[in-house]
Design a protein around this ligand. Structure first.
Ligand SMILES: Cc1cc2nc3c(=O)[nH]c(=O)nc-3n(C[C@H](O)[C@H](O)[C@H](O)COP(=O)(O)O)c2cc1C
Length: 197
C-alpha cells in the first residue's frame, strides 16, 4: 500500500476535539499513514481566553502542537478535520485558517485531496449535521474527494449514526466514539492510499 500523508486538523476550546483528534492520529498511524497533528491558531482575544480557566488551561496543554500552516495543506494527501459547532457552523478559528487558503485553491493545490470531518456540540441536536456539511461544502469547492463514513461499518449503528462524520456531545470520549473515529480514519487512509497508488 502507498503510504498516505494525512493531516489531522482541529480546533478546540475545552478539549473535546483535542481528544478526538488524538484518536484520529492514533488510528490513522495504525492504518499505515504518516500523520501530522495540527491545531487552528487561537484567535480569541487573550483577555477572553484568560477569563475562562477551562479555556486557558486547554490552550496551555496544546502548546506543543504546531499551528496548522499552508505547508501542512500541500504536504498532506488527505485531511481529517475536527471542530466544535458554533451555531451550526465550524469554529471561527478553523474558518479563519480556511479563509487564508485562497492562494492554494487558486493554484489547484487542494484538488483531489481526500477529506473527512467530525465534530462536537453541547447537545444532541445542536447542529451536528449542518456543521459537518458546512465543512464538506468548503471541501467540494477545493475539488477535494469526500470520504464520509456513511454506514459502511457496524460501529455506525452504535455511535449515534451520523453518516456525515462522527459527532458527539461535548465531553469525554468513550470507547464507542474511539472505535467510530478509528473506523473513519481507516477509511480515509485506505481511500487515500488507493488514490495515490
Ligand atoms: C459561540 C458558541 C456557540 C455554540 N453553539 C452551539 C450550538 O448551536 N449548539 C450546541 O449544541 N452547542 C453549541 N456550542 C457548544 C460547543 O459546541 C461545545 O462547547 C463544544 O462542542 C465543545 O467542544 P470542545 O471541548 O472541543 O471545545 C457553542 C459554543 C460556543 C462557544
Amino acid at each position: 500500500m502507498a503510504r498516505p500523508k494525512i493531516a489531522v486538523i482541529f480546533y478546540t476550546t475545552y478539549g473535546t476535539n483535542h481528544a478526538m483528534a488524538l484518536e484520529a492520529v492514533r488510528a490513522a498511524e495504525e492504518a499505515g499513514a504518516e500523520v501530522r497533528l495540527r491545531r487552528a491558531a487561537e484567535t480569541a482575544p487573550k483577555d477572553v481566553v484568560q477569563g475562562q480557566e477551562a479555556w486557558a488551561s486547554q490552550l496551555e496543554k496544546m502548546q506543543d502542537i504546531p499551528e496548522v500552516s499552508h505547508d501542512d495543506m500541500t504536504w498532506a494527501d488527505g485531511y481529517y478535520f475536527s471542530t466544535p459547532t458554533r451555531y451550526g457552523g465550524a469554529a471561527s478559528q478553523l474558518r479563519a485558517f480556511i479563509d487564508t487558503l485562497g492562494p492554494l485553491w487558486q493554484k489547484g493545490l487542494l484538488v483531489n485531496k481526500t477529506f473527512t470531518a467530525m465534530m462536537s456540540a453541547q447537545t444532541l441536536h445542536g447542529g451536528h449535521e449542518m456543521t459537518l456539511m458546512s465543512l464538506y461544502t468548503t471541501a467540494m469547492h477545493w475539488g477535494a474527494i469526500l470520504v464520509p463514513p456513511g454506514y459502511a461499518d457496524p460501529i455506525k449503528f452504535e455511535d449515534g449514526g451520523n453518516p456525515y462524520g462522527y459527532s458527539k456531545p461535548a465531553g469525554e470520549l468513550d470507547e464507542t466514539g474511539k472505535k467510530s473515529i478509528a473506523f473513519q480514519a481507516r477509511r480515509l487512509v485506505e481511500t487515500t492510499a488507493k488514490l495515490i497508488a
